[in-house]
Design a protein around this ligand. Structure first.
Ligand SMILES: Cc1cc2nc3c(=O)[nH]c(=O)nc-3n(C[C@H](O)[C@H](O)[C@H](O)COP(=O)(O)OP(=O)(O)OC[C@H]3O[C@@H](n4cnc5c(N)ncnc54)[C@H](O)[C@@H]3O)c2cc1C
Length: 378
């Protein structure tokens, strides 16, 4: 069995893992592992809105030039029917960091990986099933498919919502609600020149629709996993018919289209950060693996980049235990602020306040979801 030693092993080559590899690789030997090549599923990736403040983080990673060359679309205004029945406009141009972007998400993820490799990281993009263990004061990753073992003093879980290493190590993660995102990519329409993000509260969930750089239009509806309407809405005619009841959406949606409706878990979930502090030194959790944002926040990619930056600072610090504690304190604060703001966001559509989807969220998580979900140790 081959045995390789590294300064850091990053599991998961999404935006968080790739950004961290970009930051560490110039000075350290970094192994970046992912279970699957990009686009293995053949599906376009949902999650395309990036705020202007991400510019600084991409610059820190050395990934900004490649990012600019990719031709992502500048983010237009947001128009929402949320806290009132009158449309409210928000123009991101007034953001001091700039308007931000609507990403070609597949290109963005591929470019982040390419930047990590350019910075010196070794990428294994099809590592298959992994096992993480602690052995002799080092972290060890065994790849079942290749039979290879890798060891490093630093191990990072950047596996997104699957939080694969977190689960293997038996750390707790709390699922804060049961949100599902139903979404479809509608074909590009030459007559559709709308640049806005359209957001709309509904009685049992909320919508957004936006055109992505390919010209396709994303239509997404977020509702509870136990909603009786979920099954019916998995067919596009039903989804379109419900969306078109809102004039804000009907203005940009076709009468009919024949595309697949995809369903994706989109719930908020967060690590028990206090438990992370008790794990052996050198273990970090970044991006969605540590804190998965509700899509209404549009903060997931920014958090992926920001948490990678925070972890890079800690890993590069000579006083390792204090630096990891500082990282954990920062993530705990981000998590607390996020939960408070999320509750306020869901409290705003008071016309729906007593309906189950909304009441569940403004009242806060129910008792069951307050419990941390403990995964079995592998
Ligand atoms: C419906 C929806 C809409 C969203 N909209 C937005 C938006 O508009 N703006 C925004 O900023 N964010 C949005 N997000 C969130 C955003 O997509 C995520 O926050 C972001 O992708 C997190 O990056 P990450 O690197 O942490 O995880 P991911 O992007 O999920 O990357 C994780 C990587 O780990 C790999 N991996 C997983 N398991 C393993 C394993 N066992 N072994 C090895 N590798 C593994 C995966 O293949 C993947 O490459 C949305 C999310 C959803 C669900």
């Amino acid at each position: 069995m081959a045995d390789s030693r590294w300064d850091a092993i990053v599991v998961g080559a999404g935006p968080a893992g790739a950004a961290l590899a970009c930051r560490l690789s110039p000075q350290r030997r970094v192994l970046l592992l992912d279970r699957a090549p990009l686009q293995a599923s053949g599906l376009p990736r949902i999650g395309e809105s990036l705020p202007g403040a991400a510019r600084l983080l991409l610059q820190r990673c050395g990934a900004f030039e490649r990012f600019l060359a990719a031709g992502h679309a500048q983010r237009g205004a947001t128009v929402s029917l949320w806290d009132s029945n009158e449309p409210r406009w928000f123009d991101h141009l007034r953001d001091p960091h700039g308007a931000g972007w609507h990403l070609d998400r597949t290109r963005f993820d591929a470019d982040m990986r390419a930047s990590a490799v350019d910075a010196g990281a070794v990428l294994i993009g099809d590592c298959g099933v992994l096992r993480a263990t602690r052995d002799g004061g080092h972290w060890q990753i065994d790849c079942d498919a290749s039979g290879e073992s890798h060891r490093a003093p630093v191990l990072v879980d950047a596996t997104g919502r699957t939080a694969a290493v977190v689960r293997q190590l038996g750390l707790a993660r709390r699922i804060e609600d049961e949100l599902i995102c139903l979404h479809a990519y509608l074909p590009a329409d030459m007559a559709d020149t709308d640049q806005c993000t359209r957001i709309c509260a509904d009685s049992n969930g909320w919508w957004y629709s936006v055109r992505v750089p390919s010209g396709q239009r994303v239509l997404a509806f977020h509702l509870d996993a136990d909603d009786a309407e979920l099954r019916r809405l998995k067919t596009l005619p039903c989804l379109l018919e419900k969306a078109r009841r809102h004039a804000l959406l009907a203005a940009v949606l076709p009468l009919r289209a024949d595309e697949t409706v995809h369903a994706r878990p989109a719930a908020s979930a967060g690590l028990d950060w206090a438990a992370l502090a008790l794990t052996a030194p050198g273990f970090f959790v970044i991006g969605d693996a540590g804190l998965s944002f509700d899509p209404v926040a549009s903060q997931g990619i920014f958090h992926a980049l920001a948490s990678a930056e925070c972890a890079a600072t800690a890993i590069q610090n000579a006083d390792a235990p204090a630096a990891r504690n500082a990282f954990i304190a920062e993530m705990t604060t981000v998590h607390a602020h996020y939960r408070q703001r999320l509750r306020g966001t869901y409290a705003a559509p008071i016309r729906y306040a007593q309906l189950p989807f909304w009441a569940r969220r403004w009242r806060g998580p129910d008792l069951r979801s307050h419990e941390y979900e403990h995964a079995a140790k592998a």
